[in-house]
Design a protein around this ligand. Structure first.
Ligand code: SF4
Length: 400
């Protein structure tokens, strides 16, 4: 049975409703339990539990240090391509957005990776839009193979594939797969994804299981907060994590906490999640899942990221660019504009959402980042908070 069947019978709406209605008494009851159920998790993300945030924060902090030590793992996204055949209304790379696009060659990918390596990174997240012509399976395999010897950790955030198509990528050296469901609300999912293979909700929902079957040893999941009600999303992703911990138990699981950011297309969030909600959610995830990694990206501003570190975050990106070639200017000379999937002559004004002139490339980014500090500045801050920034947390030799 896949998570789809379990999800179909999950009372996610009534759990989300429970989380709105829970009183201080049920929050106390849930906090007293050594092991939490989904209903307890719903109580811990309730408005009533906001009054217990300090207590939850202390417990979450202690639990995180016991399980993970006083370390923050660092990774960098490397965008390979911003071509995409899907229309996702909230994403700058959407097919119909008239943006400046490029797919990096192997040499350009190596250049970008060398720059990130010189900054200290050893964990890489390769990101690409979904476009079978520009981002073929062979292209991805070649990118991974070219980087494998110098990068102990290579994760992917690319269009979902069949298990058989994932296997060569694992063999080439990829060890992690990240896939955001974006929203667990089927109706909103259908409204948000108006064209392309991503319209298939169930296919996406089963992606982590296919990735696990192919041999990926790290799995990352998340909704994108700002589409459906955040409590509904949180309950749903908690159920998803619970399923994966039971059924894909050899893999390390991470849950990310991305909130929508401004991007080309100028999509406005449909729902709001405050900074305090986000802090409460970090604590609730930690109390529910003591061993699951919690990931915070540069979508969040510096001050908030610094404040969330002691609450339970275990992994962060730093110094990120969301445009291909963003670290070195690689691919600059072949940037083109694409309209509805077709390459057209560059129109004036097409660069409205391109990176700032002082940046290295002019390709359009997926979204605006909020924490613009360099990776070294973030590492210094982590040390200042009393944590050790960890650039490398795995070596292929450990599997032999
Ligand atoms: S979210 Fe992913 S699939 Fe959707 S448009 Fe952006 S890159 Fe393409």
């Amino acid at each position: 049975m896949s998570f789809v069947s379990e999800f179909n019978s999950l009372p996610a709406q009534s759990l989300a409703q429970r989380s709105l209605e829970a009183g201080a008494g049920s929050v106390r009851e849930s906090l007293a339990k050594p092991k939490l159920s989904l209903a307890d998790f719903a109580s811990l993300i309730s408005p009533a539990a906001a009054g217990f945030l300090e207590h939850m924060g202390r417990r979450s902090h202690t639990m995180t240090q016991q399980r993970f030590g006083k370390v923050i793992r660092l990774f960098a996204p490397l965008y390979l391509s911003n071509e995409c055949v899907n229309n996702c209304q909230y994403c700058g790379f959407s097919r119909d957005n008239p943006i400046l696009r490029v797919t990096l060659s192997l040499d350009e990918v190596k250049r970008e990776a060398a720059e990130l390596k010189s900054q200290g990174f050893r964990n890489l997240l390769l990101v690409a839009g979904e476009h079978p012509k520009f981002v073929s399976n062979n292209y991805l395999r070649d990118c991974i193979a070219a980087l494998h010897s110098g990068w102990p950790g290579i994760s992917l955030e690319v269009g979902p594939m069949e298990t058989a198509d994932y296997r060569p990528l694992v063999e080439a050296g990829a060890d992690g797969l990240v896939v955001y469901q974006e929203t667990y609300d089927r109706k909103i999912y259908a409204d948000m994804h108006t064209a392309g293979p991503k319209r298939n909700f169930d296919w996406r929902l089963e992606t982590p299981e296919r990735a696990y079957a192919a041999g990926f040893r790290r799995l990352g999941i998340s909704p994108l907060y700002g589409l459906a009600d955040w409590r509904f999303e949180a309950v749903s992703v908690a159920a998803h994590a619970d399923y994966l911990l039971r059924n894909c138990w050899k893999a390390q699981l991470t849950i990310s906490l991305p909130r929508l950011r401004p991007c080309a297309g100028e999509f406005q969030p449909l729902t709001h999640m405050t900074d305090r909600d986000l802090a409460q959610l970090v604590c609730a995830f930690r109390l529910m899942f003591p061993d699951v990694g919690l990931v915070l990206s540069t979508r969040e501003p510096a001050k908030l990221r610094d404040g969330l570190i002691p609450l339970g975050i275990t992994m962060m990106s730093a110094g990120s660019h969301t445009e291909p070639g963003g670290y070195t200017g690689a691919g600059r000379e072949k940037i083109h504009q694409t309209v509805r999937g077709r390459i057209v002559e560059l129109a004036s004004g097409a660069s409205e959402w391109a990176t700032a002139p002082e940046n290295a490339t002019n390709a359009t980014g997926q979204f605006q980042i909020a924490d613009e500090r360099s990776s070294q500045e973030v590492a210094d801050l982590i040390r200042k908070l009393g944590y050790e920034p960890v650039w490398k947390d795995w070596d292929a030799a450990l599997t032999s």
